[in-house]
Design a protein around this ligand. Structure first.
Ligand SMILES: [Zn+2]
Length: 83
């Protein structure tokens, strides 16, 4: 029914939390038929974030800094875990 590339896109989307196969199918069709620029923006944003965002070595929050998140990088509060 779908081409190999569309099927691969549906499969990839369906691996996301709370996205079932039918929703993945709807998203793929929507992007390809109606909103290719949003699809391209999502792809670029994912690639940029995956390439540059890691985890703070202290609290494990997402951080673009390679060692500590913005809170930890202040230096005044080294222990900044919630609780
Ligand atoms: Zn942190």
């Amino acid at each position: 029914m779908f081409s190999e590339k569309v099927a691969t896109l549906i499969e990839a989307l369906s691996r996301l939390p709370s996205i079932g196969h039918k929703t993945a199918q709807r998203l793929a069709i929507h992007i390809l038929q109606n909103d290719r620029s949003s699809g391209a923006n999502i792809a670029a944003a994912l690639q940029a974030a995956i390439g540059s965002v890691g985890n703070c070595q202290d609290c494990r929050n997402l951080s673009e800094n390679t060692i500590f998140c913005a809170y930890g990088a202040l230096g005044t509060v080294r222990r900044h875990r919630a609780g």
